[in-house]
Design a protein around this ligand. Sequence first.
Ligand SMILES: Cc1ncc(COP(=O)(O)O)c(C=O)c1O
Length: 388
Amino acid sequence: MASLDKILSGRISRLQHENLLRNLHDTERLSDAKVIRNGRKLISFSCNDYLGLSQNKKLMIAANNANSRYGVGSGASRLITGNNPLYAKLESKLAETCRTQAALVFGSGYLANIGVITALAGIGDLIIADKLSHSCIIEGALLSKAEFRRFTQNNLKSLKELLIKHRKDHNNCLVITESVFSMDGDSADIEKMLRLCKKYNAWLLVDYAHDINHLTGKNPISSPDLIKMGTLSKAVGIYGGYIAGSRTLMEYLRSSAKSFIFTTALPPSVLGSSIAALDIIRKQPIRAKKALDNAAYFRESLSSKLDELDIGHSDSQIVPIIIGGIEDTIRISEYLYENGYLVSAIRPPTVPVNTSRLRFSFSSQHDKKDIDKLIKLLIRYFRSQITF
Ligand SMILES: Cc1ncc(COP(=O)(O)O)c(C=O)c1O
């Protein structure tokens, strides 16, 4: 065997042994929170399509119209010939949604975070990020070569301690948090964090990828030193990412964010359908409300019947049940699968060791009877386990 394959086979065996080897499954998504996997129809609590837009007929028409008008590909990076006129329209809508002067669309949320972080911070600077930040924040911080420190998840006291201790030794400081945490569903207090950042002369980058309220245009928080990041790939239902903030910031990023400069522009269909999706989200706030109400109903019903379960501090459409061990978590996920529900088992390195969990993501497309049946299944499972 070639040396590369030999080494990789060893690594794969280790991952398999630790239950950390990932597999892909063909999954066809349907319009009503259902999916078909391995020929089985399942109710999915695993999609990030929180507002049910990815299968929306109006958005498909908008995508087709953009395809017919501009073609299927963009042909080059935005700075060469890929800057389709739909970009300006989309960015102006995003700036309006985010209540900022301007916005800049990137190829994905991952690329947006990597790009903005590495453009803003470098050698001699300090980055302080929440400990449970998404991989693209961590990777961006490491890539930037700034000094990188992490504060305890959603804990302002821990952030303040790091600012007191380290801020003075660096030129610029960038603090980073998620607004709604992707694996826990709890929310950061952005206003308080912004005040703290101002006090210590730090910039604040907030990742709104999972914050569905933010998209309804009601996010009141704005400040010249607040940088907003978001994605078009989750609640917007399509693909892409963006940064929103001052005009000066966008002008700078256009010439400095490498993941903006050196990659091909998004296909026109993505831009056309994203514009239409933002309009629907603004006009139909009931979608976000329904997703949030569904999650609240699940949390309340479950904790009134199984108060020993650890469901963290979720206040959003994402609700975890923290199990701990990888094998136990996979077993429950498989039990739900056998009973017609798709709920992902989330394990390290996505979450810290010993906090493997089931992650339930609620959407406007779920209905009460599916949630009630899910709750019954969970109660049956946990009541039959002496260890819980
Ligand atoms: C908090 C957070 N930020 C950024 C991203 C990346 O966004 P995208 O999927 O658009 O690349 C994700 C995706 O999982 C995420 O959860």
